[in-house]
Design a protein. Structure first.
Ligand code: FPP
Length: 247
């Protein structure tokens, strides 16, 4: 039986977030430079996006470049940035054809000008698409996102003071980059590492975590489907008891 057929369409995760890890190790194993791993990582991105769109996942967030990634060797950072631009350009038609809407989270203004420009153009071109929303986390750090939210709230308070008791979870979330995006139901991290690495710290509060040994460049839609099948066997309790969930 095809893996896809084992997926229950009624309890599909609405939002899947992915920490794409292991590009460097994959390349090293093959006796190649790290960037060779990133280039092959694009193939995994393509297959994962297609797989997610095909089964009807609504949001897919990919951790493509963290704020901490700037401290990698300049040669690798430059290569990653040009890979981003070339991928955006080469995938534009496919994304449009497949009704995918592109969104970003992270400090996009802090990216090189050509990357920001290409991204903004593609965001605009796909803004009316109604299929999968592909969210790229770029120059993203969850702590930055939270501090940034606090700064915005305080700045509004300085202009027009309000009752601080009005700030609850719902209000706070409106100041995060992910406003209007539901929290992830499932987080996948590849390459056998068990960390969150400053990714969506607020949003992952009740997310199901799935770790696989597969290195990102080898990740394909069947790996995504396996993660979803595993997720569908779990009982999500959101702090309640098992009995409460069942009744
Ligand atoms: C982590 O592997 C991967 C990254 C930091 C970059 C991810 C980028 C891509 C897959 C390519 C471009 C993406 C898009 C969305 C077009 P690592 O380098 O940390 O691997 P290692 O842990 O084995 O060293």
């Amino acid at each position: 039986m095809d893996l896809k057929e084992k997926i229950d369409k009624d309890i599909l995760p609405k939002h899947i977030a992915v920490i794409m890890d292991g590009n460097g190790r994959w390349a090293k194993k093959k006796g190649n430079q790290r960037i060779f791993g990133h280039k092959n990582g694009v193939k995994a991105v393509r297959d994962t996006v297609e797989g997610a769109a095909e089964i009807g996942v609504k949001f897919l967030t990919l951790y493509a470049f963290s704020t901490e990634n700037w401290s990698r060797p300049k040669q690798e950072v430059d290569a990653l940035m040009s890979l981003l631009v070339s991928t955006i350009n080469s995938e534009t038609d496919t994304l449009i054809k497949n009704n995918v809407r592109l969104l970003t989270i992270g400090d996009i203004n802090g990216l090189p000008k050509d990357v920001g420009k290409n991204l903004n153009e593609l965001i605009k071109k796909t803004s009316n698409n109604t299929g999968l929303s592909l969210v790229l986390a770029l120059n993203y750090s969850a702590r930055w996102e939270i501090v940034n939210a606090v700064q915005q709230i305080v700045s509004e308070f300085e202009k027009t003071p309000f009752n601080i008791k009005e700030i609850d979870n719902e209000v706070f979330e409106k100041y995060l980059n992910t406003k209007n995006i539901p929290d992830p139901d499932l987080l996948i991290r590849t390459s056998g590492e068990f960390r969150i690495s400053n990714f969506l710290i607020w949003q992952l509060a009740y997310t199901e975590l799935y770790f696989t040994e597969v290195l990102w460049p080898d990740f394909r839609r069947d790996d995504l489907f396996n993660a979803i099948i595993n997720y569908q066997k779990r009982e999500r309790r959101f702090g309640k008891t098992s009995e409460q969930i069942k009744h």
